[in-house]
Design a protein around this ligand. Structure first.
Ligand code: AMP
Length: 489
């Protein structure tokens, strides 16, 4: 994406709107620091000599943003710039823990990075406490000299009292509410939890201990779009108000069958309507399809507010069925409730359409926390197997009428849905693989559908159990839907 100085200023302007909005709803914001976990990737140079960097790195380089983060954040700049992701995470958490008493908010750009940080803390808290006790970062862990110097300056002096207090919270058994317990003055968690991040909400709420989850911004590498004017709304109610001077906004009307051939301006969108976002940016993208589908939730004065619905292209399909990211999220959200009797929660999931088998079928990879029990001989626990089979059936029941018809015993165009339970840490490994391929930690979003052979192979290698739907879903209205499709094609 082209990036210019002028555009960075525009993005920094939108960023500067966030604090006044939050100040309206949260008291005492200026009385402490934010622990923001940000990961800046190194710059590269294109063949024609232009600098190339991730959008977040550009944003971070804007003076206004850098100044705001270093004045009001706990992480040292060198820690955010450290190119080794593990070292950077360690160093930033160390700074955040050293400032424990001052932290009034905890966050990252997207929820995924924050969940990753909590999991990292679970395995590294003892070493972090040792460093606070010693008053310096362990050089064998933080090997990058500039990062270490910066962190040492933050940790500054041995503080056994602080180390013991943190260790007591971490060793207390359950990690429920750990964020609030470790940073008792925190007022909220700042991370995007809408769209594909909605899956992170239950885990984040578990760790948050009642702190509100605040999604402040809707933005992309192409342009920044809007802000959330009611930051304390529940994640499912969040709507973003587009800021009209960020770029020129247009909207392709979308209905259940896909897009409709109408493009409207920002002033012409209607409440309840679904639209695909199209932008013309100051940096030269002309009527560019961002790939996001939004729904108009209401208005702020005359400005429309949008709920993020889904990415346009994330579609599972093995026949004439089309299952979007949003459809899948809804079906999985309903089905995962069945895990409750097992005392397990769904930590992460993704899906792929297996068309190598005949008929093709949907495969979901689920990572459960804690992992389900198995017998010593590796055999599946009967109770687990029964619950997982019912989860498969419940996902199918939550999919649309076309899917259910194709799956019916009469048609058998789609095979029984399969859930493959993967071992703990699989989704971190998937994230690592994608980071190694060039993704940025801060901008990372768990893909809700995988197609690359490399990604599927990684997931496949970590499968601990396979379960199939034991019941074809109910057909109500399904045959009508398929007939309608058949008529249209
Ligand atoms: P990137 O260019 O990697 O930063 O990704 C931008 C994309 O992230 C957007 O086009 C959206 O699909 C997604 N995204 C950004 N902000 C939000 C948000 N507040 N809620 C849901 N999805 C978002």
């Amino acid at each position: 994406m082209p990036s210019t100085e002028d555009d960075l200023r525009r993005r920094a302007f939108l960023f500067s709107l966030l604090s006044p909005v939050l100040n309206k709803y949260v008291e005492g914001m200026g009385e402490g620091k934010g622990m923001y976990l940000l990961f800046v990737k190194p710059e590269a140079t294109t063949a024609s000599g232009l600098t190339a960097r991730t959008a977040l790195t550009s944003f971070f380089n804007a003076r206004l943003v850098r100044e705001a983060l270093s004045a009001r954040g706990t992480s040292s700049e060198a820690a955010m710039r450290c190119t080794d992701v593990e070292e950077s995470m360690y160093a930033q958490l160390l700074c955040g823990l050293a400032h424990r008493g001052e932290v009034v908010r905890v966050g990252s750009v997207f929820a995924t990075a924050l969940l990753r940080a909590v999991r990292f803390l679970e395995t590294h808290w003892r070493a972090l406490c040792d460093d606070i006790r010693a008053g310096r970062a362990d050089p064998s862990v933080v090997t990058d000299a500039s990062c270490r110097d910066a962190v040492d300056a933050v940790v500054a002096r041995p503080d056994p009292g602080l180390a013991d207090a943190i260790a007591a919270e971490c060793a207390a058994g359950s990690w429920r509410g750990i964020v609030r317990r470790l940073w008792p003055r925190a007022k909220y968690i700042d991370a995007i939890v809408t769209g594909s991040m909605a899956q992170c909400v239950p885990m984040l709420e578990f760790y948050a201990g009642g702190l509100p989850l605040v999604s402040t911004i809707y933005a992309s590498s192409e342009s920044y779009f809007g802000i959330n004017l009611r930051p304390l709304d529940r994640p499912e109610d969040v709507a973003y108000t587009l800021i009209p001077n960020m770029c020129y906004f247009e909207f392709i009307k979308v209905d259940n069958d896909g897009e409709v051939d109408t493009v409207v301006d920002l002033v012409d969108v209607e409440v309840g309507g679904y639209y695909e976002l199209v932008v013309t940016t100051f940096t030269g993208l002309y009527r560019y399809r961002v790939g996001d589908v939004l729904q108009v939730a209401g208005f702020h004065n005359a400005a429309p507010q949008f709920r993020f619905v889904r990415r346009r292209n994330v579609v599972l399909s093995v026949d004439v069925d089309k299952t979007t990211e949003d459809d899948l999220l809804r079906a999985v959200t309903a089905a995962k409730r069945l895990l409750e009797p097992l005392g397990r929660v769904l930590a992460e999931y993704t899906a792929y359409a297996d068309t190598a088998s005949v008929p093709g079928h949907y495969v979901l990879f689920w990572e459960l926390t804690p992992p389900p029990p198995r017998h010593d001989d590796g055999a599946e626990d009967v109770h687990v197997a029964r619950v997982m089979a019912s989860c498969c059936a419940a996902v199918e029941a939550g999919l649309d009428a076309i899917y259910r018809q194709l799956r019916s015993p009469v048609r058998r165009d789609v095979g029984p849905l399969e859930i493959r339970v993967v071992s703990p840490g699989t989704f971190d490994a998937l994230m690592d693989l994608r980071i190694a391929r060039g993704a940025s930690v801060s901008q990372y979003k768990t893909p809700r559908c995988v197609t690359r052979a490399e990604d599927v192979a990684l997931l496949e290698a970590r499968v601990a159990g396979r379960f199939f739907s034991d019941a074809a879903p109910s057909l109500e209205l399904a045959s009508l839907a398929v007939d309608a499709i058949a008529g249209a094609t």
